[in-house]
Design a protein around this ligand. Structure first.
Ligand code: PRP
Length: 207
């Protein structure tokens, strides 16, 4: 499986906060924000660098800059909850948006919005969505981006189900999936078990 599970004591604690149905909105958002920092740092290890000269107050030396433009693409709505942490770590990143709503009966995603920066073909594109359940949304988001030129794509999520990972690996095998947690399975309604419920509703208070 093309998946990287990032793990640390802090992430384990924060995933527990996210799972806990007693966790209030502000605590949920803060835990999610902390995990997103960890994801951003882990994913940034894949960013190629180029050298650049820099002049300190004392002398000229060799420094570095990122080789590629980074483009963050949150999948609306829940993906928005990951953007700020990534932006804080990569302040020169551009941000595209893909609006996808999973149909509650068919579980297939319906698209309602798309806007992304130019030059996706030479950018590193990071899809942000806290939940990878059936994988329908992630597969559709990746295909949207590929149709518009993206080549170098990474998927970042908080909790993934094996079913969604498998589907992504079949449809987009070259896209690495970074997640903080690989859960057990989906239930009949397409919810991840044990999971955390609906990340969008819990983040935005629309339960
Ligand atoms: C949730 C979640 C993912 C998607 C995952 O979004 O945030 O985008 O479902 O499910 P999948 O892997 O089976 O496609 P939802 O459609 O509930 O929309 P929301 O973000 O507006 O809450």
């Amino acid at each position: 499986m093309n998946i990287k599970i990032i793990d640390s004591p802090l992430i384990k604690r924060d995933i527990t906060y996210l799972r806990d149905k007693e966790t209030r909105e502000y605590q949920f958002r803060l835990a999610l924000r902390r995990i997103a920092y960890c994801l951003a740092i882990e994913i940034s290890n894949t960013f190629p660098l180029v050298e650049r000269e820099v002049e300190s107050p004392l002398e000229i030396t060799t420094g570095y800059k990122l080789k590629q433009q980074i483009v963050l693409v949150p999948v609306l709505r829940a993906g928005l909850s990951l953007v700020n942490s990534f932006i804080e770590m990569i302040p020169d990143a551009k941000v595209g948006h893909i609006g996808l709503q999973r149909d509650e009966k068919t579980l297939e995603p319906i698209d309602y919005y798309y806007k992304a920066p130019k030059n996706l073909n030479i950018s590193k594109v990071i899809i942000l969505d806290p939940m990878l359940a059936t994988g329908g949304s992630a597969v559709a988001a990746a295909q949207f981006l590929k149709n518009r030129g993206a080549i170098d794509i990474i998927m970042a999520c908080l909790i993934a189900a094996p079913e969604g990972v498998k589907r992504m690996n079949i449809e987009h095998p070259e896209i690495p999936i970074y997640t903080a947690q690989l859960d057990r399975e989906l239930n009949a309604n397409g919810f991840i078990l044990p999971g955390l419920g609906d990340a969008g509703d819990r983040t935005f208070g629309t339960l």
